[in-house]
Ligand binder design. Sequence first.
Ligand SMILES: [Zn+2]
Length: 589
Amino acid sequence: MTYEIQSIFTDANHTNYLAERIILLASPFLHESAGCILMLLKWLKPRTFLQGRHPWVVSAGLAVALSTLGNAPFWWALSQLPEINSLRAYAGLIGIWAALTLLMWVFVNVVIWPWWRKPAGVVLLVMSMTASYFMAMYGVVIDPTMVSNAMQTNATEVRDLLSLTWLLTMVIGVGVPGLWWWRLEPMAGVGWQRWTHQLGAVMLGSVLTTALLLLVFQDLASLMRNHTNLRYLVNPLNTIYAIGRLATSKQAQRQQPLQTIGDDASARLPDAKAAPVLVLVVGETARAANFGIAGYTRDTTPQMQALQNEGNLYYFSQVQSCGTNTEISLPCLFSHQDRKANANRTVNYESLLDVLYKAGWAVLWLDNQSGCKGVCDRVAHVDTSRLKHPYLCTAGECWDEIMLDGLPERLALLTPERRARGTVLVMHQMGSHGPAYYKRSPPDHKKFLPECTSNALSSCDAQALMNAYDNSIAYTDHFLGQVVAWLKSQPQPTALWYVSDHGESLGENGIYLHGMPYKMAPKDQTHVPMALWLSPTMRQRWALDDACLRTQQGKPWSHDNWFHTMLGSADVKTGLYQPEMDITHACRH
Ligand SMILES: [Zn+2]
């Protein structure tokens, strides 16, 4: 069912592709057309459409712009549904359009008052056009997690997302109606007249909207029931709803004090030379489907396969992520609670790292991405993404190998008594972060060419897009190989756990990127790679049953297992530990 809607975007993307081509072809004439537009605006100035009209008419103009132009992806999705095949269905569509326009009219009259009329109208246009652009270009929907994602985005990520098509969308969708709105002076009312104008519009609009909704109720109800994701497409109500939901849940969470967990944690004290080193690599946007070691047709993971051939690497082939974006997955991965509990969580808890720290381990978090989302707040952490390095860093960001640069010096800064017990080192990768996948592998690591170098993914050749993504996976494989090479050179027992935070859509059914609501997310966004590498001395320390662990590889696991598996791997005792959730428990003796 969800795929029906998703496939619609394939065609929407073709439209975008065409639009971008047309602009490229037209670019020599852009200068001239800019002159024409200026002339047109001069001509429009004295006779701006709806100038001096009744405020109802003026607000209705904005409502039409919002319900029509600002909801293009919604109308496109609706018009492509299989149910829309009869005269009655088309009449129903017109009814829905009228109801939505009236609803927008009410909404505009509720939020826009004379004192902030001009900027508020432009803000509404910006909101709905931005949401429309991302929905049409990447097949995403706007829900609370998507908005949370957008709010935590950094400048590099924004730069990665913008493109020529975005500029054009803003010019047409915000520039033109925005200018009209700004110049418009509606008929001025005096004193109480303003109030009656707006309150009257709200009342009349509400009555008419209700009447219309009742009229089209049957058709609308069945459409919404069969295609639940339609409601995430209604603009800008989806964004406002999402911001509201997010603000209330954030507010509820802020009011809660931080809850401690695992205060009873303790760890076995090894002899000083055998203090284990555990490296946890948290991948970014790596999906299992593109891992050679998982059966992908391309050899994207030669290093992992070589380690597997040596007999020291285990690949877990059926792992589900906790969320479809970093904001959800990362805290969930390090949480003692499972996915469902995390989704409804209003309480702030400490993380796995706090428990390991309480057990006496040295803990260090290296971040080559947009931060640890609160997981590493109370342990040592270093942001490596803005470092300067002659070849590992360019254009304000660094390749993941930067996290290995100067590593012994960083580890030497951790408390010696803790290091004598054991060290947990987390490396949070930039990985395959999109949509600029081509930026995620250094020039000398490009195995698959040509690469898509546009951020407007839908305008890229599908193979070139896959090439760029596969290069980022191959670079992650290289990075993991480097981490293992370093671990092999250490005298202590060492192990590496690797897992990705979530997957990615690469144009399947017209969907790009990630962040779909979990229930309707395609498998590409939730099926993630996970692997374990062990040194021979760690194998001894665990008294590992190799055959047993091999049978664990194909079982269905998820991020829910991570917390307990890491406690088990670190040999930490606490009442929180659930052995049946630990992937390796049954195989360690
Ligand atoms: Zn992520």
